[in-house]
Design a protein around this ligand. Sequence first.
Ligand code: SF4
Length: 222
Amino acid sequence: GSGPGVMCPSYRATGEERHSTRGRARLLHEMAIGEVITGGWRSEEVREALDLCLSCKGCRSDCPVGVDMAAYKAEFLDRHYAGLRGLLRRPRSHWTMGRLPHWLDLFGRGLNAGLRLPFAARLAGVTPERTMPRVAEASFTSWFAERASDRPPALTLWPDTFTDHLSPEVGRAAVRVLEDAGLGVALPEGRVCCGLTYVSTGQLGAARRVMRRTLDVMVPSG
Ligand code: SF4
């Protein structure tokens, strides 16, 4: 990025050209030409350069022609890890964090037993400096389902996975604010997921399935 905008945070952290939007764009360009970088989608240099990209989309709003490195990264990772060979080489974090919405829906607070293990971060492929999150005792959607409200719904509130299972108090507060403003709240009539973690880890087939299911819930006849 340039100008007064976001400026790529990974470049700000390392100061290395290959961790800037421009450096990454250059590497992708070289990969497409195939002279200097010869591995194509399997290229380790490109994977390494994209690894620290936060997929924050700062470059997309900074760039006059809308370079969207987050989208390129998703596409690259999807192809880099394609096929059986790719499947076996995927980092553990793609299976754990990349599919977290699925694990949270499947196990809910049962995940806490695993998250409390001393080596949980290592097992999940996460840096040990990070503390692992705690899954809430009651999800936002289960709290919502059990409460009575006589207000006719004026809007549908999107219960994203992280609010639902990790920070349900945020969802509860949103309902309180909206109802205090006189707006009745409904939730979608089925499980919805925006697919973000699947996209950012380049699991685009799974992302498509998740988004399709979400659209079927939001627009049943669509
Ligand atoms: S999406 Fe990636 S390349 Fe673009 S500004 Fe964010 S960290 Fe940098």
